[in-house]
Design a protein around this ligand. Structure first.
Ligand code: GDP
Length: 365
């Protein structure tokens, strides 16, 4: 459902399709509806829901994914009408993260995010149930009908979930010292650090490979990278630095995940330079830039030196280069695939790294 910009809506839907494929689904069809507001009860309008139900039947689909975060009641109402499972964008993203989490810390963070997503949905269900029950007994007191067995079970589930979440939070806190120690170690030996940030699929892993010959997993999938990978590299004049790949961003990354991955993203906040990779061939690079900068700001890294890199230059013609230049005059064009611009990127990193000037140290008493 969209209100204003059709291109924007299509980009978002295309990204959702890519997300669904990454999660292992086969995407059969897509449907857009333009209306000023989503329908409060079924999200799509009545005619559109019917059309959706017809398409589901005709294609034999077993799932509908809505490009939004659905209210629990909307999800149920939609399921009643289309007769197959209905999920939302957030559920897909959480699913992908849970498939890709490898480290124990990553796994704990994703589970926490999933429970955070689940909790209000459980409560919403409980509340609407009790409201219905209250309605049946007429004008009874506010508490009437709200203490049924369903409610007790939900209370119990909620308590269990809260307990589990508390445990996960403690575990995640426990991982922090090890991460800190590693970081402190790097600091002590004065190895400057560079973080690669950027939208999902922009080519961060490929670039990391180019710069380090490390052989990191590269996939044409969203979120191939979940846990930060730290490697060593060096500038053209032989100075060493560490290079960290970070989790990819997507539009409307569920807030639960931004929170969950804060510690991973802090890797960005504590680096000396950020290499912000943008897919130069993407239809909407401006939105990617803005999304990533929002998150960079959230982890307190707004003031760090940033090198904007338009990747996939092999796919970008001269006219488009001009447009991209207009967006970011200081950006450089590289191709992780062909190697174009990689030397320039190394030089740019060298310029922005903190100058560790031995002579100056000797001059200052
Ligand atoms: P990440 O999610 O940002 O880490 O992105 P990846 O490094 O996994 O790359 C995503 C996709 O883009 C993969 O299919 C890569 O092969 C492709 N890719 C990466 N860099 C380039 C490039 O410079 N040119 C082209 N044509 N494709 C690239």
């Amino acid at each position: 459902v969209y209100n204003r910009d059709a291109d924007e809506a299509e980009n978002s839907l295309r990204e959702l399709a890519a997300l669904a494929e990454t999660a292992g689904a086969v995407v059969l069809d897509g449907l857009l509806q333009r209306r000023p507001h989503p329908d409060p009860s079924t999200y799509f309008g009545r005619g559109k829901v019917q059309e959706l139900a017809d398409i589901v039947t005709a294609l034999g689909a077993d799932t509908v994914i809505a490009d939004t975060e659905l209210a629990p009641s909307q999800r149920r109402a939609l399921e009643d009408q289309v007769k197959v499972k209905v999920i939302d964008r957030t559920a897909v993203i959480l699913d992908i993260f849970s498939q890709h989490a490898k480290s124990r810390e990553g796994k704990a963070q994703v589970e926490l995010a999933q429970l955070e997503y689940l909790l209000p949905r459980l409560r919403g269900w409980g509340e609407s149930m009790s409201r219905q029950a209250g309605g049946q007994v007429g004008s009874g007191g506010a508490g009437m009908g709200s203490r049924g067995p369903g409610e007790t079970k939900i209370e119990l589930d909620r308590r269990r979930i809260h307990d589990r979440m508390a445990k996960l939070r403690r575990q995640i806190k426990g991982f922090a010292p090890a991460r800190e120690a590693k970081r402190a170690n790097r600091d002590r030996f004065e190895v400057p650090s560079v973080a690669i940030a950027g939208y999902t699929n922009a080519g961060k892993s490929s670039l990391l490979n180019r710069l380090t010959q490390a052989g990191v997993l590269v996939q044409n999938q969203l979120f191939a990278t979940l846990d930060p990978t730290v490697r060593r590299s060096s500038t053209p004049d032989g100075r060493e630095f560490t290079l960290a790949d970070t989790v990819g961003f997507v539009r409307s990354l569920p807030t639960q995940l931004v929170e969950a991955f804060r510690s991973t993203l802090e890797e960005v906040g504590s680096s000396d330079v950020i290499v912000h990779v943008v897919d130069g061939a993407h239809p909407d690079p401006g939105a990617q830039l803005a999304t990533v900068r929002d998150v960079i700001g959230e982890v307190g890294a707004r003031d760090l030196p940033e090198i904007v890199v338009f990747n996939k230059a092999d796919l970008v013609d001269d006219d488009r280069r001009l447009v991209l230049r207009g967006l970011e005059p200081d950006a450089i064009f590289v191709s992780a695939r062909t190697g174009e611009g990689i030397d320039e990127l190394r030089e740019r990193i060298a310029e922005r790294l903190p100058q560790w000037d031995v002579e100056l140290d000797l001059l200052v008493p």
